[in-house]
Every structure is written in C-alpha cells, then in structure tokens.
Write a protein that binds this ligand. Structure first.
Ligand SMILES: Cc1cc2nc3c(=O)[nH]c(=O)nc-3n(C[C@H](O)[C@H](O)[C@H](O)COP(=O)(O)O)c2cc1C
Length: 359
C-alpha cells in the first residue's frame, strides 16, 4: 500500500505536510459586512487545520468591497482586515498546516445574496449592503444585474487591488496565495468569450482575454517577491459551445508557467447558468491530468474527491500532485486523520489529545 497522499509537497520554499488540502469555500459569515474575519472563521478554519489537512485555503476574499460575492464575504482591502487575519494564520500554523488564501474579484457575479439560509434570488439592493456589479462587458449573468463595463482606469485599479491585497495577505502571515480565475468571477469573465465582448486590448483574441489575468499575476509577483508561491484556480472549460475550452486553458497555463505561477487548481464551469456538467466522482480530474502532463505545471485536482482510496490513487498514479477535498471536509473536518486511518498510515500529527478515540 503506497502512501503518496502523505508525502510532503513543496511550493517554492514552503513545505506542506501532505497532499490533502482544503479548497476555498465561502461561508458568507461576516454579518457586519465589513470583510473582517470573526470567531466563526477562526473556529472553522482552525478545525480544518487541526483535522490534518496539509494546507487550508481561505475562502474567496474580496480585493475590493465590490469584488465580494455577497456583502457577507471576507475582504482584504484594508489594514484592519489584515490585522485580524493574522489571528487566522497563527491558528492554522499552530495546527501544523500551511495557510493559503484565495484572492478574488466577483465581477458581474458580485452583490448576490449569501449562499445559505433564505437564498434570495437577484442582486442585493444598496440598502442591504449591495452594489452595482462590474464586468468585462455589459452582459448579465442570468438573474443578476447588468454589470457596468470596466474602463481602462477601472481595470488598472483592480490589478493594483490584487497586488495590495496580496501584500496584506503576506503581511498577515499567509504562506501561499491563490488567485481566483475560475467559476465565472471577474478574471474568468475576461477569459471567456461568452462574457467578454470587448473591442479593446482586453477582448477578442485569447491573448487579449487573458491579459487581465496575466497582469494580475505579474502585479502580485512584483509586490510579494519570489519567495511566495502563487496558485491560480481556473475553470478548464465552460462546458458550453462557444465558451472557454480545454485547449484554451492549456495555452493560458503555458503563459502562467512563463510568469512563474507555481500550481494550477483545476476546476470547471461557473460562467454559464445551466451548463450540462457530468457531475460524478472525480469529474474534473481529466482536466487536471491533461494540464499536468501537457504543461508540466503541478496541479491540484478538485471535485467529488471524497474517498481515501480514491484520493490516494489520484496522487499515487500522478494524475495530480495534490487533491482538494471540499464538501467532505465540511462534513468531516478530520477527513485527513480518517483517511490515514483507513489507509493504515500512522499520521504523525494526529492530535495526541484525541488518542483514545483511535485505540
Ligand atoms: C459552500 C461552498 C463554498 C464554495 N466557495 C468557493 C470559493 O470561495 N472559491 C472557490 O474557488 N470555490 C468555492 N467552492 C467550490 C469548492 O472549492 C470546490 O471546488 C467544490 O466544492 C468541488 O469540490 P468538492 O466536491 O470536494 O466539494 C465552494 C463550494 C462550496 C460547497
């Protein structure tokens, strides 16, 4: 029985204790709508780290207020947020995990109601903390407001916002940064011909549509220096005729590789409301495997990877370097400990305080 899942993995100078990481998952829990982490975030993220994950990637965090998905999202556009995030990274580190954060701009999918509870439809009005969403082109995501098309000044402002949030993230103690280029949020909106109808240097050819993402990557790297690993999450396909394809994605990854991006987190979809997605165990894995073998860039696979043997096989056979376990980590924050038990691996960082639970 191999134990590839429990081999450490290195991104630049950062050693990560295993290959089971937690992907970003919004909790929409900032009731004060000020983007500042609360005790909820500490408890939630700390328990995921305590459960043995190698890295915990904090949920999509807005680089500007209007870059949030809902008014209850986390943010990293001011120093107060940065200072409170320091408690989050200290706690994750105290449990032996690497602290990562997903920096995001929601674009036309911003100002939505939070994704739990009443689940209201439509764009949140201003009196409830909402805003007018921004986008690559004035094309609405179905059911949401028509976004205001970003002008060149607006684009420049967002590139700078990603860089200054990255600086704050590093100053807050985050070891690894992830840029959200997937799921129909702003960077993906620029990449996809379905949502980008621009006539300027940010629209048209794939190179032009990728310009914003590449500018963000360059600005972040210039701001944080060479030591900090940068992951980019991409949607490898729009699952829709006329949308972004796996071939496009492979080219984008090669451009990202030239710019020193350290890993691709390979997801799919999110830019089309009713795409037919063949959801099932490991359904996005072929896209990750293809990127890894054709570009040589390390990949994290995600999407219905929730069984220990399945996860072990993915890493052991080189389909991906790392697996991200999302919803199963919410159901069982101790998934890594359980996986080690099931795979008969003596996990050195199983909490001693819980010893009697495992005799
Ligand atoms: C509650 C919830 C919130 C999520 N929030 C984010 C997010 O903030 N950023 C992101 O890139 N993906 C987000 N996702 C997608 C997950 O990161 C992951 O890709 C997806 O759940 C598939 O993996 P799984 O089958 O292991 O859950 C979210 C998923 C869930 C269930």
């Amino acid at each position: 029985m191999s134990h590839a899942l429990f081999e450490p993995f290195r991104l630049r100078g950062v050693e990560i204790r295993n290959r089971i990481w937690v992907p970003p998952m919004c909790t929409f829990a900032v009731d004060a709508q000020d983007g500042v982490p609360t005790d909820w975030h500490l408890m939630h993220l700390g328990s995921l780290a305590r459960g043995g994950a190698g890295a915990v990637i904090v949920e999509a965090t807005g680089v500007v207020p209007e870059g949030r998905i809902s008014p209850q999202d986390l943010g990293l556009w001011n120093d107060e947020q940065r200072d409170v995030f320091r408690r989050v990274t200290d706690l994750i580190h105290s449990q032996g995990a690497v602290a990562a954060i997903q920096l995001a701009h929601a674009g036309r999918k911003g100002s939505t109601w939070r994704g739990w509870g009443e689940r209201k439809a439509g764009t949140v009005p201003r009196e409830h903390g909402g805003w007018t969403p921004l986008g690559a082109s004035p094309i609405a995501f179905p059911g949401l407001a028509v976004p205001v098309e970003l002008d060149l000044e607006g684009i420049r402002f967002i590139v700078e916002a990603f860089a200054s949030s990255a600086r704050r993230a590093v100053d807050a103690g985050f070891d690894v940064l992830e840029l959200h280029g997937a799921h129909g949020y702003l960077l993906h909106q620029f990449l996809s011909p379905l949502s980008n109808h621009r006539q300027d240097g940010y629209g048209g050819s794939l190179g032009n549509r990728a310009r914003l993402l590449l500018e963000v990557v360059d600005a972040v790297r210039a701001e944080v220096g060479e030591a900090v690993p940068v992951i980019v999450r991409l949607s490898a396909t729009d699952w829709t005729e006329g949308g972004l394809t796996p071939d496009d994605t492979e080219q984008i990854v090669l451009w990202l590789k030239d710019r020193g991006v350290d890993m691709i987190d390979v997801s799919t979809g999110g830019n089309v409301a009713n795409a037919a997605i063949p959801v099932g165990p490991g359904y996005q894995l072929p896209f990750a495997e293809r990127i890894r073998s054709n570009t040589g860039v390390p990949v994290a696979a995600v999407g219905m990877i929730d069984q220990p043997y399945q996860a072990e096989q993915i890493v052991a056979t080189g389909q991906a370097d790392v697996v991200l376990v999302g919803r199963e980590s919410l159901r069982d924050p101790n998934f890594t400990i359980r996986a080690a038990d099931e795979l008969r691996y003596e996990l050195p960082y199983k909490p001693a305080q819980y010893e009697r639970a495992y005799v």
